[in-house]
Design a protein around this ligand. Sequence first.
Ligand code: LLP
Length: 435
Amino acid sequence: MNKHVDIAASHGGSIAFAKNAEIQLDASHISLVADAVGTPFYCYSPDAMTLAFQELSEALSSVGASICYAVKANGNLSILQLLSRLGCGMDIVSGGEMERALEAGVPASKIIFSGVGKSPSEIAKALRAGVHQINVESPAEFQLVADIAASLQLRAPVALRVNPDVDARTHEKISTGKKGDKFGVALSDVAALFDAAAERSEVDMVGLAVHIGSQILDLAPYRSAYRVLADLVCDLRARGHAVNRLDLGGGIGIAYGSNTAPDVSEFAHIIADTVGDLGCKLTVEPGRWLVGRAGALVATVLYTKQAGDRMLAVVDAGMNDLIRPALYGAIHPLEVVRSTLGGEGQSYGIVGPVCESSDIFGTYDNLPLLSTGDLVAFRCAGAYSASMASTYNARDLVPEVFVSDGRFRIVRRRQTTAELMTLEKDTIWQNIVPG
Ligand code: LLP
């Protein structure tokens, strides 16, 4: 495991799997990898991830902002290692993500702990590990972090995540910055919390954070949110508080086929215009933008069938492997990697095997004829695909595979049902009340 393997000596030449931040799906190579690892599998281009990171770092270098990758987008250890080696920090939202980041060799000093519901044990672990920053999202969490830091005799580096009351103009399920959303501290509570922090020696109030949502395509809401931050910095400084760091969140969208992705240099301009001259250390927390385009989910066509007046192709990947269409109505661009019958102009509803009517990836037009054994790939599946997968219908988590330059590397092997069932074996009854 985790060794690079030559895809086929006969393909000898070096085929790069990325020219930009998007994976290039070389049909013959993907077919060979599918034969070797079985389908479904997630196929990632580390080269495309590298290019994405480099493009963003370059764009942000003008404002001196550092990048902390949002691990939730895809927490595979090999991806974390890759990004960490490029100099990227990590944004985590759970103890599990912290363990992953540390295991991948990310220094705690480059980890930011975000999240609306950190448990006491997660906070204690993060403080003991010495994370760079904890983004606190409520007055109650602030008290808890301060109390835990005091009991551990440590100083907690805290930033307040504020709710700027800005509509990110994205899907309602991934919009996080409006008043009434569960995220962040209300603007009216910020000053009081900075005042309270000044009284607690175990808290080092380092700055502010904001994250207004995900898959943001229109950059204007960033401008509004960062203006709110800039005003807050001025107000807090006028009250005598130091504000040294600003965490500007993630959320930059990518093109899933039809839409147009924002330009990251424009994003950098917005940062420069709004918070660039405050003398704060700036950080951004993108997830999807760094890894989303670099991945595809490869599946085999199991059957085709007529359903009413439409043709369906049933594939071996399901909503448990890629839940975004079912959850957000997302459409991932489809590429037919192998079609035995060829042709064109066909329309298919592409559906999975899971016993839910929502297990449908979408209706795709202008496809070749599909038949059993053909291969398809859902593009833009590098982010929020493997990381949101489940074992519903007792379907095992599927492999994640790096492809680069004529070689592949299984970076997570296929789970087995036997492994999962182990957790359910040798169970015993225990008294609820001891004694
Ligand atoms: N920072 C914080 C505090 C976040 O909550 C998130 C994402 C990010 C950064 C990274 O956002 P990104 O750059 O990846 O958009 N499952 C959804 C996306 C949920 C995003 C949750 N928070 C989807 O598949 O579209």
